[in-house]
Design a protein around this ligand. Structure first.
Ligand SMILES: NC(=O)c1ccc[n+]([C@@H]2O[C@H](COP(=O)([O-])OP(=O)(O)OC[C@H]3O[C@@H](n4cnc5c(N)ncnc54)[C@H](OP(=O)(O)O)[C@@H]3O)[C@@H](O)[C@H]2O)c1
Length: 236
């Protein structure tokens, strides 16, 4: 039997669709074993079906943060290690300020901020023990330049940006790395659930594969000098 224990492992949340599915595929092509997290098993299976590397899916709801310890434990049990966490899963809804319910606020904060924060906490001891690791937080241009209607979403993504800075402040050495990528429009189901082609034309959007390419570059070390920066990725 082949021993894969030396092969690095990337865990991608929201790996069943859009940006997350592309990240999983591109990281697999770059030599990573892949764990994907999401609530919909069929979508995760679809991603894993297109990956030739050793892979594993974890069905979990990140808005229930107690599940985060299980996600990390299951990944380490499956692979023996975690080298990269891509905090990509996200929830977005457009709502006028006066109509923004507490439920919507909680869903946005729990999914986009509390979930990633708990995953980082669960993984931190493993990174400290190994002496290295990389976290890529998939954020949004909305954290600095929101569309109207993004009160809860933009606040949650601003918080996500802050997690990257806290990791860099607390890491014991620079082999533990962290990035924030602030995405402009990307052609995915999430975007199209809110904006039609007239408001955001397809030609103004990135393809998920372009985002995944950039994530791989971050993980590979090409952008280490941009850690902590809010790196804007937009169609030029
Ligand atoms: N598309 C854009 O224009 C754009 C712009 C800026 C930032 N972003 C960010 O990019 C990231 C990826 O989004 P996308 O555009 O690729 O949209 P997407 O295809 O809708 O992907 C979102 C993913 O998040 C997962 N997810 C949502 N809530 C979850 C929960 N509670 N627990 C676990 N997984 C959950 C979904 O999987 P399940 O439904 O199976 O759980 C889904 O795979 C998000 O963080 C989003 O905020 C996107």
């Amino acid at each position: 039997m082949t021993d894969h224990s030396e092969q690095p492992v990337a865990l991608v949340t929201g790996g069943g669709s859009g940006v997350g599915a592309s990240c999983a595929k591109h990281l697999a092509k770059s030599g990573y074993r892949i764990g994907v997290v999401g609530r919909n098993p069929d979508r995760l299976d679809e991603t894993l079906g297109s990956i030739e590397a050793d892979c594993h899916s974890i069905i979990a709801d990140l808005s229930a943060p107690h599940q985060c310890d299980r996600i990390i434990a299951e990944t380490i049990e499956a692979f023996g290690r975690v080298d990269v966490l891509v905090n990509n899963a996200g929830f977005a809804a457009q709502m006028a300020i006066e109509d923004t319910t507490e439920e919507l606020m909680r869903t946005a904060l729990d999914t986009n901020l509390l979930g990633p924060m708990c995953l980082i906490r669960s993984l931190w001891g493993h990174f400290l023990q190994r002496g290295d690791g990389c976290i890529v937080n998939i954020s949004s241009l909305a954290s600095s330049d929101p569309f109207p209607g993004f009160l809860a979403y933009a606040a949650s993504k601003s918080g996500l940006d802050s997690l990257t800075r806290s990791i860099l402040a607390e890491r014991p050495n620079d082999s533990i790395r962290a990035f924030t990528i602030n995405l402009a429009a990307v052609e995915t189901a999430m975007l199209r659930s809110m904006f039609d082609h007239e408001v955001v034309p397809p030609e103004a959007c990135l393809h998920p594969d372009e985002v995944a390419d950039f994530v791989v570059q971050c993980v590979r070390g090409d952008h280490d000098d941009r850690q902590g920066e809010s790196i804007v990725l937009a169609r030029s």
